[in-house]
Design a protein around this ligand. Structure first.
Ligand SMILES: [Zn+2]
Length: 157
């Protein structure tokens, strides 16, 4: 289980007030689901429907339309992007093996901190924005580095 952060302006947020209370509920369910799936604010149309049905929300298409109309969600290919997606806070999230491999495939064995070649056994996956500052284990926040380069970087961005 991870945590999502809801900011304290949410109670009076203009977009959400315009969208209505049911939309606020679906938005929150979608935020939690996307965080659970580590999708960085993306949610597929099927998952929106699944969440809506799970909550007995039959008018979900209309509610999604409202969230898009007020600019809380954007329509993207196959689903939606939740705007102002709140980052997970707190503990370091594990980096799944497939994600680690994707980051390595993108960078090759080149340290993104010093530009030097990294021995496969010394590959460290570095959080560009550190976990302690809300950085997440998602592809665009991860890079290949030497473990020593990562160590000397510490909590700096
Ligand atoms: Zn390095």
């Amino acid at each position: 289980m991870a945590w999502v952060r809801l900011d304290d302006k949410r109670a009076t947020n203009g977009k959400l007030r315009m969208a209505g209370f049911a939309a606020r509920g679906l938005d929150e369910a979608a935020i939690c689901w996307s965080a659970h799936e580590e999708d960085d604010g993306r949610i597929s149309a099927e998952d929106v429907q699944m969440l809506a049905v799970m909550h007995g929300c039959r008018q979900w298409r209309r509610i999604v339309r409202r969230l898009v109309d007020v600019g809380k969600w954007d329509e993207v290919n196959g689903g939606y992007q939740i705007n102002d997606f709140p980052p997970v806070r707190g503990d370091r999230e594990p980096i799944p093996a497939w994600l680690r491999q994707e980051v390595i495939d993108r960078a090759g064995h080149v340290c993104q901190l010093c530009g030097g070649e990294v021995e496969p056994a010394d590959v460290h996956i570095d959080h560009i924005l550190p976990c302690s500052l809300g950085g997440r284990s998602v592809k665009h926040n991860l890079q290949v580095s030497h473990s020593r380069c990562n160590m000397s970087k510490g909590n700096r961005v």
